[in-house]
Design a protein around this ligand. Structure first.
Ligand SMILES: [Zn+2]
Length: 128
């Protein structure tokens, strides 16, 4: 998976802030959806790699129960985790048992569970 992430990272559009990120979302049937971050001159118009992958999967008809894990990679010295905007999107469209596996520059692997990163979160239950 690390090699796939390294290759995918080349597609990141990160000319403004120079922070390329690659994400692969794996589903229960083995299918994978790839995302990279897309930076724009106005920061709010861009998108993170995690939401890019998630929204592609949703557009292809995948559902919450299909999502098993996401793999993340950047060139950061410290393994990255989803930002809080992405965490909100993941909470709304993935199970809290979603695995989040991050690779560091040196292939150091860290594993998390979405629920562990997002305890006491806002969700659709709050809208009722
Ligand atoms: Zn994000």
């Amino acid at each position: 998976m690390f090699e796939k992430l390294q290759e995918l990272l080349k597609n990141s559009q990160s000319k403004y802030y120079h922070f390329p990120v690659a994400c692969i979302l794996e589903c229960d049937d083995g299918s994978c959806f790839q995302g990279v971050n897309v930076e724009t001159s106005s920061p709010n118009a861009g998108i993170c790699a995690e939401r890019n992958a998630l929204f592609q999967a949703l557009a292809c008809g995948k559902k919450k129960e299909n999502f098993k894990r996401i793999y993340l990679y950047s060139l950061s010295k410290k393994n990255i985790l989803p930002c809080y905007i992405c965490r909100q999107a993941l909470i709304d469209y993935c199970d809290m048992d979603l695995e989040i596996i991050t690779y560091g520059q040196d292939q150091t692997i860290e594993k998390y569970r979405l629920g562990d990163l997002c305890c006491h979160s806002f969700s659709e239950e709050n809208l009722s």
